[in-house]
Design a protein around this ligand. Structure first.
Ligand code: AQP
Length: 320
C-alpha cells in the first residue's frame, strides 16, 4: 500500500495539521510505503516572502521528524524537488472542467477571508491531484477539510482513464475524524492563514496566552455552558484522555465554573501531550544540515516512484 500526504509551508504546523493529518501519517508509515511532502509550490499561492518559505519548509520538516516521522521508513521531501509534478499538473488541467474547480469551497472560503484570487489558488486542486496521482498513491491521510479536493483528484483520474485507458490508480482518502475540522482560537477552522492557530511547539508563555485568548461567549460563571461549537472542547477532545474529556463536558453542562478554568485545563493537556515530542525536536533543530540532507534523500527516493507512472502517462496521451 502506498500512502501519500502533504502539508503547506504557509506557517508552522498547528494542532489542526497534527490531528488532521500528521498523526495518521506517522502511524501509517508502519503499514506501507509512505511518502510525505512539504507543499512549497502550493504555498507560493499565498507566501510572498522567500525567507519565510525557506524557514517554514525546514521547520515543518523538523516538526514532522520530532512528532515521530521516521525518515528511513517514510520519504520526507519538498514538493518542488519532484520536477515532474508541474508537468503532470498541466496535463491534468487540460481535462479538468472549470465547473469542478468552481465548486471547491476551500477556494471560496479563502476569497471570503480576503485572500487575493489568482489562477494558482483556483487551480490548487489540480496541482494536488498531480501530487497524489504521480506516485500511484493508494491512501491519502487528510483532514476533513481536504475531502472535496480528494474527490476532485478522483474525478480527474477517472476523466484521464476514460480518455486514454487505465493510466491512474484511484486513491482513497483516509479521514481520521469525520466530524469536524479542529477549531482555532476564534472557533473557525484552525488554519495557518486565519491567524487562529496553536502551533505544536510554541514556548510555554505564548501558548498559554493564545489558549487563554480563545474566544468564548458571555455565559456567566454559574450558568451551564454550551458544548455545541465550543472551541475549548473541540481541541480538548484530541489532547485529553476520554475520562478527562467527559469530566470537562460534564463541568460545562453543570455550570459553576468559568471559561478561564477550562482554558487552564486545556493548556495543561496540550503542554503535556506534546512534551515528549518537544524533547526530540531539540535534536533535529540543532542539526539543520542533517534535516536538509534527509529532505534531499527523500526527494531522490520519491522521484524514483514517479518514473513508471510518468512514462505510462506520457505514452498513453501521445507524448512518447
Ligand atoms: N483545522 C484542521 N482540522 C483538521 N485537519 C486540518 N488540516 C489543516 N487544518 C486542519 C489538515 O492538515 C493537512 C495539511 O494542511 P495544509 O497545510 O496542506 O493545508 P490546509 O488544510 O489549508 O491547512 P491550513 O493550516 O488551513 O493552511 P493554509 O491556511 O495555508 O491554507 C491537510 O491534510 C489538512 O486537511
Amino acid at each position: 500500500m502506498r500512502i501519500l500526504s502533504g502539508i503547506q509551508p504557509t506557517g508552522l504546523p498547528h494542532l489542526g495539521n497534527y490531528f488532521g493529518m500528521m498523526k495518521s501519517a506517522i502511524e501509517l508509515q508502519e503499514t506501507g510505503d509512505a511518502l510525505y511532502f512539504i507543499a512549497d509550490l502550493h504555498a507560493l499561492t499565498t507566501v510572498r516572502d522567500p525567507e519565510a518559505l525557506r524557514h517554514n519548509t525546514r521547520e515543518i520538516a523538523i516538526d514532522f521528524l520530532a512528532c515521530g516521522l521516521d525518515p528511513v521508513k517514510s520519504c520526507l521531501f519538498r514538493q518542488s524537488d519532484i520536477t515532474c509534478i508541474s508537468e503532470l499538473s498541466w496535463i491534468l488541467s487540460t481535462v479538468t472542467p472549470m465547473g469542478l474547480l468552481e465548486r471547491c469551497h476551500s477556494y471560496k472560503d479563502k476569497l471570503a477571508k480576503g485572500l487575493h484570487a489568482s489562477l494558482g489558488l483556483f487551480s490548487y486542486p489540480v496541482l494536488m491531484a498531480a501530487d497524489i496521482l504521480a506516485y500511484d498513491s493508494d491512501v491519502v491521510p487528510v483532514g476533513r477539510d481536504q475531502k472535496q479536493h480528494l474527490e476532485v483528484t478522483r474525478d480527474i483520474a477517472v476523466k484521464i482513464n476514460e480518455l486514454y485507458g487505465e493510466v491512474f490508480k484511484l486513491p482513497e482518502p483516509l479521514i481520521r475524524d469525520e466530524s469536524a475540522a479542529i477549531p482555532g482560537t476564534d472557533g473557525a477552522k484552525m488554519s495557518k492563514s486565519y491567524g487562529n492557530t496553536l502551533e505544536l511547539f510554541l514556548e510555554e508563555a505564548p501558548l498559554k496566552k493564545k489558549i487563554m485568548g480563545i474566544q468564548t461567549d458571555s455565559t456567566p460563571v454559574e450558568a451551564p455552558k454550551p458544548i455545541e461549537g465550543s472551541a475549548i472542547l473541540g481541541i480538548y477532545r484530541h489532547v485529553a484522555s476520554p475520562s478527562d474529556y467527559a469530566e470537562m463536558e460534564a463541568d460545562f453542562l453543570a455550570g459553576g465554573k468559568g471559561y478561564g478554568d477550562f482554558k487552564k485545563r486545556l493548556f495543561a493537556a496540550v503542554w503535556e501531550y506534546f512534551a515528549p515530542m518537544r524533547e526530540s525536536r531539540k535534536r533535529f533543530a540543532d542539526d539543520p544540515a542533517e534535516v536538509d540532507r534527509l529532505l534531499r534523500d527523500g526527494a531522490v527516493r520519491a522521484t524514483s516512484k514517479t518514473l513508471p507512472v510518468m512514462e505510462r502517462m506520457r505514452r498513453a496521451i501521445g507524448l512518447l
